[in-house]
Design a protein around this ligand. Structure first.
Ligand SMILES: Nc1ncnc2c1ncn2[C@@H]1O[C@H](COP(=O)(O)OP(=O)(O)OP(=O)(O)O)[C@@H](O)[C@H]1O
Length: 234
């Protein structure tokens, strides 16, 4: 079953969305050793990044459907209040600003951001919890999160960038999805070109997939992942 547990890209990119991401050098050093162990154990992270509306969720849903036991999302932390249907530890780990900041200072977060006065982040423990269950941990993550994770040299994540066929088509898809206010949609489209530039810069991702025809894009997505994680048997 596909279940997206509140990844960083689930956040709005509204006009007021000043995202501040901080991972200081002490934090990097602290988590670096643990990450080296993760890599040695062949527990590499899979990062899926792309502009809002590029099709990350659609492709991941197909992958999770085809390989139900192989992949898992880590559960993010947030300091925002739970919504009515949200279950602590399932949709998010709900915490306080003080506790989250202390954990960040202890170097327990791979990436974190401030959005609309609330903190969000991916803890190393949340990633390891997925890996301990025998699954490959997938982070559906925005450009700023990728930049932050890449600062941990020992992590060596496998990164896939999902590129829309054009900004015009991205707009069509976002409008058809009808999930955003006009302001939000504009903010997402404004951010998209910068994200595409980052995605296309050599060295930033291991693979760039243009999501034009969904079937074609999915096959390329799946093939690359199967090759990258050779021990996937299904
Ligand atoms: N190849 C495709 N052709 C046409 N429509 C597509 C294609 N891929 C995805 N879509 C549609 O585009 C919309 C955006 O896709 P999706 O929600 O997967 O994007 P996303 O990158 O996960 O966005 P967000 O980051 O905002 O969650 C959805 O309505 C989806 O059905």
């Amino acid at each position: 079953m596909y279940f997206r547990a509140g990844g960083a890209t689930a956040l709005l990119i509204g006009a007021e969305a000043v995202r501040i991401r901080l991972l200081d050098f002490r934090g990097i050093a602290r988590i670096s050793n643990t990450c080296t162990k993760m890599v040695q154990q062949n527990n590499r992270l899979l990062l899926v990044c792309g502009p809002s509306g590029s099709g990350k969720s659609t492709l991941l849903r197909k992958l999770f459907d085809e390989y139900p036991d192989k992949f898992g999302f880590s559960v993010s932390h947030t300091t925002r209040s739970p919504r009515r249907f949200e279950v602590d530890g399932q949709h998010y780990h709900f915490t306080t600003k003080e506790m989250m900041q202390q954990a960040i200072d202890r170097g327990e977060f791979l990436e974190h951001a401030v959005f609309s006065n609330n903190m969000y982040g991916t803890s190393l423990e949340a990633v390891q919890s997925v890996q301990k269950s025998g699954k490959i941990c997938v982070l559906d993550i925005d450009m700023q999160g990728v930049i932050q994770i890449k600062k941990v040299p020992s992590l060596k994540p496998i990164g896939i960038f999902i590129k829309p066929p054009s900004i015009g088509e991205l707009e069509v898809r976002l409008r058809r999805r009808a999930s955003e206010s006009e302001d939000n949609l504009r903010a997402r489209l404004n951010a998209a070109q910068q994200e595409i530039n980052y995605g296309e810069t050599p060295g930033n991702f291991d693979c760039v997939i243009v999501n034009d025809s969904l079937d074609k894009a999915y096959n390329a997505f799946k093939d690359f992942i199967l090759k990258s994680f050779e021990n996937l048997d299904n």
